[in-house]
Design a protein around this ligand. Structure first.
Ligand SMILES: [Zn+2]
Ligand SMILES: [Zn+2]
Length: 266
């Protein structure tokens, strides 16, 4: 089980960091998580078959997580797709996508199955298949936003591995119960610690805040993404986060991170 980071930047894309998207591979079953502009190019660069992505999770409808979706679906159609695609996203995604295709005169020759999320507290099972289950939980941001916990359906005797994706969010310790049990926790980390006021205002995390949430939840490993374009070198963010949570990695475009239990790690 591993995650390929296609885009690790915050709202402003740069030549080094594109905006958010990832592909989670659970024993060969591939899931797209967030779909910023340019995601379809990144999928090609990673040699991932576009048509193998039949399940798409969107954290929220901000453009840096969502604006690549109409183009991606259009390309799937042009490449001859007939199989349905399931999109799990906050309420409103269906209206945006359907309106985009209707007004642009573009046609999609396959079924879009929307699972729209509209709950303000707690946690709900939003997806199940023979390879994994996925639970969603609302997180604190300027528009409705959901975190997702992907739990592997174990094969043979090994323990199910858990990947949790939580982006974008303000600092909120009520998230901790939802983050517990993650073998790999991917949290946003938009700012360094000196910009805590800006982080609060924009409802994002600093490096130390992300590390503190990981430590409180007792996760195995932390992956920090959604890095502001101002940080050409992310070493400062790594130093600040590692002081609180040592097992931290800063995501980079192209990074492939294993989702492994403590026992499996070298
Ligand atoms: Zn964002
Ligand atoms: Zn956002």
């Amino acid at each position: 089980m591993f995650v390929s980071v296609l885009g690790s930047g915050a709202a402003l894309p740069t030549g080094v960091r594109r905006c958010s998207s990832q592909v989670l591979n659970i024993n060969g079953f591939k899931i797209l998580i967030d779909c910023a502009e340019g995601t379809q190019d990144r999928i090609r660069q990673h040699h991932i078959k576009l048509q193998s992505l039949a399940t798409i999770f969107i954290s929220h409808l901000h453009g840096d997580h969502f604006f690549g979706l109409p183009g991606l679906l259009s390309t799937m159609h042009l490449c001859g797709r007939t199989e349905p695609v399931t999109i799990i996203a906050p309420a409103g995604a269906r209206q945006i996508i359907e309106t985009t295709f209707e007004l642009s005169g573009n046609h999609i020759g396959f079924e879009l199955r929307f699972v729209e999320l509209d709950f303000a507290e707690g946690e709900q099972r939003v997806f199940e298949c023979p390879r994994c289950t996925v639970d969603a939980f609302p997180i604190l941001h300027s528009v409705p936003t959901y975190g997702y916990r992907f739990t592997e359906v174990p094969r043979g005797v090994h323990v199910p591995r858990v990947y949790t994706y939580c982006c974008d969010t303000a600092y909120d310790e009520s998230l901790v119960p939802h983050l517990q049990g993650a073998d790999l926790l991917c949290l946003e980390c938009t700012f360094a610690d000196d910009l805590a006021d800006l982080a609060r205002e924009r409802q994002h995390l600093t490096a130390s805040q992300a590390a503190r949430l990981a430590a409180l939840a007792g996760v195995n490993r932390l992956l920090l993404t959604h890095i502001s374009a101002r940080y050409k070198d992310p070493q400062l963010l790594l130093d600040q986060a590692s002081a609180t949570f040592p097992n931290t990695t800063i995501a980079a475009d192209g990074l492939v991170a294993e989702v492994a239990t403590k026992k499996e790690q070298p």
